[in-house]
Design a protein around this ligand. Structure first.
Ligand code: ADP
Ligand code: MG
Length: 231
């Protein structure tokens, strides 16, 4: 069973008399452990597709099965619950809380899940160690480099043990050396069975993926498996 199964999905925006097909008949299935890069020009529908995969939005028509469950048939609460349990998000600008330590930033999703203090601490330290920041638990974002901040954000994304990481331009704010570090980390997650889907407009970043999907005008125009470059 694929982790993600999207069947003939459309997303239509209507503004007055204008109809815009942000997604126009997209079908896609992604297996566990794949590292997928979604590429395409600005306005091609990448974020719309990511929001759909991330259960942040619903399609106008078509079907989306996440881990075998029909997201369209879930209520709002059930959808939020699936999102919290199955998906970790990584953003271009890290979205860390300022003046808050790396450890506390990583603990945050566990606070929302109602997990107790001691368990939170243990899991946050373990996630930060996994991204190579076990020695910087007390550092605030301002005391960390961009690459380190993105690694904290990745620790925050994995601390809840999700099946899927969604990253919209995760290296967009990073220089090329730190980009490699972040992509190595995302490749390593794939090797442990976590599925990673990233949006990027940089071909060098797409080269680290096992699979490259190109969207244009709300359609998938290319979908190919490739031998990834080792980060
Ligand atoms: P990308 O992420 O590839 O730049 P988007 O998925 O953000 O593209 O947008 C795809 C198309 O849908 C664009 O033409 C955009 O203007 C339009 N769009 C996205 N969100 C909305 C919205 N909430 N209302 C109306 N149009 C939207
Ligand atoms: Mg976008």
């Amino acid at each position: 069973m694929p982790l993600i199964e999207i069947q003939d999905v459309t997303k239509v925006y209507r503004m007055g008399d204008n109809v815009l097909n942000a997604l126009d008949g997209v079908s896609l299935s992604i297996e566990e452990g794949e590292l997928v890069a979604i590429m395409g020009a600005s306005g091609s529908g990448k974020s719309t597709l990511m929001n759909l995969i991330g259960c942040l939005d619903r399609p106008t028509s078509g079907k989306y099965l996440l881990a075998g469950k029909d997201v369209g048939k879930m209520g709002v609460n059930e959808q939020a619950e699936a999102r919290n349990r199955l998906i970790g998000f990584v953003f271009q600008n890290f979205n860390l809380l300022a003046r808050t330590s790396a450890q506390e930033n990583v603990e945050l999703p566990l606070v929302y899940q109602g997990i107790g203090g001691r368990d939170r601490k243990r899991r946050a330290i373990s996630a930060l160690t996994r991204v190579g920041l076990g020695e910087r638990l007390d550092h605030t974002p301002a005391q960390l480099s961009g690459g380190q901040q993105q690694r904290v954000a990745i620790a925050r994304a994995i601390v809840g043990e999700p099946k899927l990481i969604l990253a919209d331009e995760p290296t967009g704010a990073l220089d090329s050396k730190t980009t490699v570090e972040v992509m190595r980390l995302l490749q390593d997650l794939g090797k442990t069975g976590i599925t990673v889907v990233i949006v990027t407009h940089e071909p060098e970043v797409g080269a680290y993926a096992n699979r490259l999907i190109v969207v244009r005008d709300g359609k998938i125009i290319e979908d190919k498996h490739q031998e990834p470059v080792a980060a």
